[in-house]
Design a protein around this ligand. Structure first.
Ligand SMILES: CC(C)(COP(=O)(O)OP(=O)(O)OC[C@H]1O[C@@H](n2cnc3c(N)ncnc32)[C@H](O)[C@@H]1OP(=O)(O)O)[C@@H](O)C(=O)NCCC(=O)NCCS
Length: 213
């Protein structure tokens, strides 16, 4: 069952974000990022505060098993992220994360800022102003839940006549790439390397979908 996001689901989505945070796999299995809350501050908690209307969860037997979050206006969202969430992240990083987990501290420094503006240029953002993040718990994947979440998000955007959506993923994410391609997202940009800095051959991928065609 799809539901609009509510504050009571905050802990669930922090958990799901972490359990699918490394190319769709559980981050706790790798020694890469121990500060779960900080990871969620970067990737989910701004959206649920900024535009909860575009945030949905999937619930089954009272358990939240997946979410989609996003915005219809990436430029505005990134500006607000820098003004409201980024200072809170910096405070946590320097008061807590550096001694709690130096690996988390080093990793967040690499990907704590919003997307590189030279990649998400004005031409791209005018055509694809919305963007999303979505995660379904292992064990619930491959059952059509991601599809239902994406459909709900796209309906909300279409109601507001939003022109298009973009999203970022990695060539290493073997679940996300076929899912987005099945949903007619097209590859717009491809860059060497990704947020985890995992060696050669790995690409950051930006996909887009027009909604008004
Ligand atoms: C990517 C993700 C959101 C897809 O959600 P899902 O619930 O597993 O996907 P669905 O079951 O709704 O799949 C819809 C369609 O996408 C395609 N698809 C989904 N997962 C796929 C996979 N692993 N391989 C190939 N095709 C896949 C299928 O064609 C499927 O249609 P079908 O059931 O008619 O064959 C989910 O796997 C996930 O959360 N992964 C971990 C987190 C993540 O990587 N998020 C994206 C970050 S960019």
């Amino acid at each position: 069952m799809i539901e609009q996001y509510k504050e009571k689901y905050k802990t669930d989505i922090i958990e799901i974000c972490y359990k699918t945070g490394f190319y769709g796999e559980d981050l706790s299995m790798f020694n890469l990022f121990k500060d779960k809350k900080l990871f969620a501050m970067r990737f989910v908690l701004h959206y649920t505060h900024f535009q909860p209307d575009y945030c949905f969860v999937y619930k089954e037997n009272n358990k939240v098993a997946g979410y989609i979050i996003g915005t219809d206006d990436t430029k505005k969202q990134e500006a607000d992220f820098l003004k409201t969430m980024y200072p809170k992240m910096l405070l946590r990083m320097y008061l807590f994360t550096w001694w709690y987990s130096i690996t988390s501290f080093r990793n967040i420094k690499r990907f704590s800022k919003p997307n590189n503006e030279s990649v998400l240029d004005d031409t791209l953002l005018d055509t694809y102003p919305a963007h999303l993040h979505m995660n379904v718990l292992p064990g619930y994947q491959g059952r059509g839940i991601g599809q239902q979440l994406l459909d709900s998000f796209m309906s909300a955007l279409r109601e507001k006549n939003v022109a298009g959506i973009h999203l970022g993923t990695s060539s290493e994410n073997k679940k996300a790439v076929p899912f987005y391609e099945k949903n007619n997202f097209v590859l717009l940009r491809q860059l060497d390397g990704d947020m985890w800095g995992m060696g050669t051959g790995v690409k950051s991928l930006i996909y887009g979908l027009r909604l008004n065609e």
